[in-house]
Ligand binder design. Sequence first.
Ligand SMILES: Cc1cc2nc3c(=O)[nH]c(=O)nc-3n(C[C@H](O)[C@H](O)[C@H](O)COP(=O)(O)O)c2cc1C
Length: 451
Amino acid sequence: MSHTPKHMRLGLFIQAAGHHASGWRYPGAQSGSENFALVRRLTESAEQACLDLVFFGDKLVTGPQEPPSMIVRFEPLTLLGALAMVTERIGLVATASTTYGEPYNIARQFGTLDHISNGRAGWNVVTTGYDSAANFSLGKHPDHERRYAQAEEFVDVVRGLWDSFEDEAYVRDAQSGVYLDSEKMHRLDHQGEFFNIAGPLNLTRAPQGHPVLVQAGSSGPGMALASRIAEVVFTAQQDLPSAQAFYRDLKRQAAGQGRDPAHCVVMPGIMPIIGRTMSEALEHFERLQQWNDLDAALALVSDRLGHDVRGFDLDQPLPELPLPENMKSRAQLLLDMSHKDGLTLRQVCHLAAGARGHRIVVGTAQQVADEMIAWFENEAADGFNLMPAHFPEGLDAFVEGVLPILRQRGLFRERYEGRTLREHLGLPRPQWRRHPVSDIGLGGIPTTGAV
Ligand SMILES: Cc1cc2nc3c(=O)[nH]c(=O)nc-3n(C[C@H](O)[C@H](O)[C@H](O)COP(=O)(O)O)c2cc1C
């Protein structure tokens, strides 16, 4: 059964020093995750191009070993609040952690963003692979299994809080003095293994019902969570067969959860390196790659593998290594490059420094478009998360070169048809429902009184 939607879904993953570790050094590149003017310009360009969404990742620790785009960054919800005011149609998606966040705060933040953006918010649910305990007064970073168990409950609580009010709760009847319909307000009274949350949330139901849920874990528990709750799945795959295997497995699991697989949109990352000719594109890529710092790349690969590989022979494939506690799927991907494709550690480092394990496509606009279409039409992707090597040129080259080809083939929209992120992505608006321990009993809501 094919689940392929009519149009590709396209997101722009913004890391404003570029996704390539050396992207900021490319002639003409502008850079800076703290450069709001640049981030705004990129978001506006993405909206002019009618992309579905912009996405900002997040990490809760930093250090000198981080790539330039990740060493410093704005707090993403605050940033999206600002971007909501200068855009009208594009979806606004950010990461927030279920290990280091609080469900009440996260429900409130994304609910607020959905209100002020008129239905364009999306939450990338992450369990945070990196030990961030030291920044949150926690003794220990919870292990993988526990993080995912907590994430499952966390998301349910957030969804319950988003349903604190039924739709259209405002009455605002000046005559009777009724401001909100108290019958439409519900407590959650959640008591679980990780959280005890009373509710209700102090926010009426969001324009989208619920902000769009995005998820990016690819381990067993990661896919289990995604298949149950995710409406968009970000992923990193290197080749068509592994992308198809992931896509089909996830869609099968989503169907097994009683969901329509089309409502679980799979978007692998792609770094397009575009030239007027193949040799120009290769030159472009080699120029970026020659700046790779091997020591930094070794530190990055060690970090992703959860194993210090700095003493290993650079000109041999990686040895068998146990999968780490964090980022299991990304570690597997790097190990596979060595074990299945025979890449040496030096070659793995080169590729990881390029796109951190995401797929790099080097070629003319036509070749990049053909590669994307092959994945889209063969159950490997419903769309892509674009990760330009550097900005703004990497985005502009895609918009000017690849998008017209996709449009000509009828595979990408000419203009926005919908208003909300759900409408762009072809996702239904969740019906309000009573959550397991939902209870009215709050009495009337006075229009005056102490605050
Ligand atoms: C496109 C993409 C974006 C991601 N963004 C973040 C992020 O912003 N913050 C984060 O902690 N993890 C992020 N991740 C990592 C995933 O959430 C997840 O931790 C990782 O894929 C390992 O999950 P697993 O252990 O289930 O394989 C991202 C992954 C992908 C593919």
